[in-house]
Design a protein around this ligand. Structure first.
Ligand code: DC
Length: 221
């Protein structure tokens, strides 16, 4: 079965939607953002500079990242250690956004992503999946929503995790991360020409977005 590629900006609900689509269609979910987060976590834990290209290149030689589906849930392992929870902090989010533009980091992670997709039957989400990683995906979806809507959703997630932040702070971070994703030199976030754009702000929850994607997928298969 051909892959489903789901791309879009920060806070649009890609990973939750992709997980639901994969679950309902019995496919494997690969959240590629988690891989960039794992690289950032390695730099943080080893007190290495996120911005230093030489340091990142050395780290890449030491890093092994694996994604496994355990009871339908994605687990991510950094050098054999389960870091699924550890990569969800604000510090790692910020770090991932800094390491993601590095071409060596992208080269290594994109190669691993293509290898994982080779077996078929995957729903892969990220920023460059339809445009670069899997140009032959069977279905390409670009999820979008206005910046304020995405910032509001991220704030709710932060609060649900028992933490606090101001809307202005989350909005500013969303704008900065969008800017890094869209304006980087290597594989920036763009809608692939053959991707279908869905504005998720018209849906009240990721389940509705997932159902829409599943309907499109079943119609063309
Ligand atoms: O989706 P996320 O917030 O977990 O992604 C973490 C970072 O990785 C984010 O700054 C964008 C980057 N990323 C990327 O450049 N390419 C991808 N395919 C996935 C994520």
């Amino acid at each position: 079965m051909k892959a489903i590629a789901i791309d879009g900006p920060v806070g649009v609900g890609k990973s939750t939607t992709a997980r639901l689509v994969a679950k309902k269609l019995g496919m494997a979910h690969i959240d590629t953002g988690a891989m960039y987060r794992a690289v950032a976590l390695y730099q943080i834990e080893n007190e290495l500079d996120m911005h230093d290209a030489d340091s990142l290149e050395k780290s890449l030689a030491q890093i092994e990242i694996e994604i496994k589906n355990v009871s339908g849930e994605q687990k991510i392992f950094l050098n054999k250690r389960d870091v699924t929870e550890k990569i969800r902090t604000q510090e790692v989010s910020e770090g991932a956004s800094v390491v993601a533009p590095n071409p060596r980091v992208r080269e290594k992670l994109v190669a691993a992503q293509r290898e994982m997709a080779a077996a078929g039957g995957v729903v892969m989400d990220g920023r460059d999946i339809g445009s670069h990683v899997l140009p032959d995906a069977g279905l390409k979806i670009y999820l979008d929503a206005p910046t304020e809507v995405r910032a509001r959703r991220r704030l709710l997630d932060i609060e649900a995790a028992g933490k606090s932040a101001s809307f202005e702070q989350v909005l500013a971070e969303t704008i900065t991360r969008d800017d890094r994703d869209k304006n980087r030199k290597h594989n920036p976030l763009v809608q692939a020409p053959d991707a279908l754009c869905i504005d998720t702000s018209i849906f009240s929850c990721p389940d509705e977005t997932a159902d829409k994607i599943i309907k499109i997928f079943l119609d063309i298969n």
